[in-house]
Design a binder for this molecule. Structure first.
Ligand code: SF4
Ligand code: SF4
Length: 92
């Protein structure tokens, strides 16, 4: 399971995450919505499928991707930037 930060030596590599929906596979069951702790997924009642709330930030937890029974949602991990060692007090 990818994490928000992977450590390579003393460098921290940061990622952003993009949600990809496959509308033809989605049956609107809402399982992904229930598992998304970041609350960026919702059911579009007019279409009967899931939608991503604009400007919301995916944390890359992958739960939607793993729990969707119809393989209708996938998460893409995108390298954002490399930074030097994390500042003191930040999570390892
Ligand atoms: S779990 Fe899958 S099928 Fe169910 S609403 Fe989410 S994307 Fe659609
Ligand atoms: S990866 Fe996690 S935070 Fe991102 S949309 Fe899926 S459940 Fe929500």
């Amino acid at each position: 399971m990818p994490t928000e930060q992977d450590t390579v030596g003393k460098k921290k590599k940061k990622y952003s995450y993009k949600v990809h929906l496959i509308p033809k596979n989605c049956k609107g069951c809402g399982i992904c919505v229930e598992f998304c702790a970041a609350k960026i997924l919702a059911i579009d009642e007019s279409k009967g499928i899931v939608k991503v709330i604009p400007d919301a930030k995916c944390t890359g937890c992958m739960l939607c991707d793993l729990r969707c029974p119809d393989f209708a949602i996938q998460i893409e991990r995108i390298p954002a930037k490399e930074t030097d060692e994390a500042p003191p007090g930040s999570p390892a």
